[in-house]
Design a protein around this ligand. Structure first.
Ligand code: FES
Ligand SMILES: [Fe+2]
Length: 399
């Protein structure tokens, strides 16, 4: 389902305040509970949601209004209604492969840390010290415990408070009440997922199955999106555009490719471009043109571009897979994290790797320029809404 549709449907309810407010553990931070309750969403954002009608057929539809891409209040609504509900991709399993591995991250105002304890069990927590709110873990790496840099409270990788320094004299202090607040975590294939809407239980289902990808899960598994590909590298881009501008660009059904990506277009058979839609996933597929003799065969015979609601993209082509995670930083800025994975047989071919990454980088540079240009246009008084490209026809055919 499109982001626009989810928000528009949400607006039809009489209130944005949730009725399924989770039970809060003793001494849980009140702002976590407030954010989970969606209590901060204001009237202007509701009006912006109501300004878009997702029921209009594509042929006569217009895009959401430009304020959806520029208004800070609207981003707060998205964080509450879109990002803090359901599974979100947060990383890949190579980042927590071994006991004591961890990585930290941020989504909206939620600071989180994902770790694997000494027994190999995966955990996720709010990365906030229960004493006085300091962030605990920083970056990624290996740790046997998390020690707060402020006053030294120390937590195990299972979230338990192990040591609270010099707190004698505090009445009825019980360490068990001050463990790290858990977040649900799971994996699907090579990806680590978290959900931030129910922090009351430390659940760890190792695998989410179809819950994340719905009926597209099987299709993606069958098309080589799996754990067999080693991780090669990560690239991060800060882009001066709303996170949805990047996603829209990805989802335009190849419309911009022949104009904006000359080199890429020459490697694709664009007449074969097609889009399949599922509940939470959109899959674009295109066959590749045979590589010229002097070119490297980066694209193989076909490319699959899977968009997973709301902000995760999985690209599988030839021996490569790369993923793009578009993380909102503020209303007009996002960070896009690219992770590259490669078939094991090519791990020693450094020239192939270097040239492939260079070609991919060229596409990213072209897309960044497009997205930043669009963002400036969206902020201009000359623009309000646009037509939806009918090129984005949905073809009901399975891969
Ligand atoms: S804030 Fe962490 S120990 Fe004080
Ligand atoms: Fe592009």
């Amino acid at each position: 389902m499109a982001i626009a549709q989810v928000l528009a449907l949400s607006s039809s309810t009489s209130s944005f305040v949730r009725t399924d407010r989770p039970k809060v553990r003793r001494a849980a931070p009140s702002r976590v509970a407030a954010a989970a309750a969606g209590a901060t969403v204001g009237e202007p954002a509701r009006r912006l949601v109501a300004a878009f009608d997702p029921a209009i057929p594509l042929a006569s539809a217009v895009t959401p209004p430009s304020e959806w891409y520029t208004d800070p209040e609207f981003l707060r609504l998205e964080l509450d209604r879109v990002f803090l509900r359901g599974w979100q991709a947060v990383g890949h399993i190579g980042q927590v492969k071994n006991p004591n591995d961890f990585f930290s991250g941020r989504l909206g105002n939620v600071e989180f840390v994902i770790c694997r304890d000494a027994h190999g069990k995966l955990h996720a927590f709010h990365n906030v010290c229960r004493h006085h709110a300091s962030l605990l873990a920083c970056g990624s790496g290996q740790k046997t415990c998390f020690q707060c840099p402020y006053h030294g409270w120390t937590y195990g990788l299972d979230g338990a408070l192990l040591k609270a320094t010099r707190i004698s004299g505090i009445k009825n202090f019980n360490k068990n009440d001050f463990g790290l607040l858990p977040i649900k975590v799971a994996t699907w294939g090579p990806f680590v997922l978290a959900r931030f809407d129910n922090f009351a239980q430390d659940t760890v289902d190792d695998v989410v199955g179809d819950e994340w990808l719905g009926s597209a899960s099987d299709l993606l598994s069958r098309n080589g999106i799996d754990t067999s590909l080693p991780h090669i590298c990560r690239r991060e881009y800060i882009i001066e555009c709303n996170w949805k501008v990047f996603c829209d660009n990805y989802l335009d059904g190849g419309y911009h490719v022949p104009y904006a990506h000359g080199a890429l277009a020459s490697g694709l058979q664009l007449q074969s471009y097609e889009t399949l839609t599922y509940e939470r996933v959109s899959v674009q597929r295109c066959e590749s043109a045979p590589a010229e003799q002097e070119d490297i065969d980066r694209l193989g015979t076909k490319a699959i571009y899977a968009f997973v609601y709301p902000n995760f993209m999985i690209n599988r082509y030839g021996p490569w897979m790369d993923t793009n995670l578009a993380v909102p930083l503020d209303a007009t800025r996002c960070k896009v994290v690219f992770d590259y994975f490669l078939d094991e047989s090519l791990l020693d071919d450094q020239d192939f790797i270097d040239q492939s990454l260079k070609d991919s980088e060229q596409v990213q540079i072209e897309d960044i320029a497009l997205c930043e240009g669009v963002q400036k246009g969206l902020e201009s008084p000359a623009y309000g809404v646009a037509i939806v490209s009918i090129r984005r026809l949905f073809i009901d055919r399975r891969l």
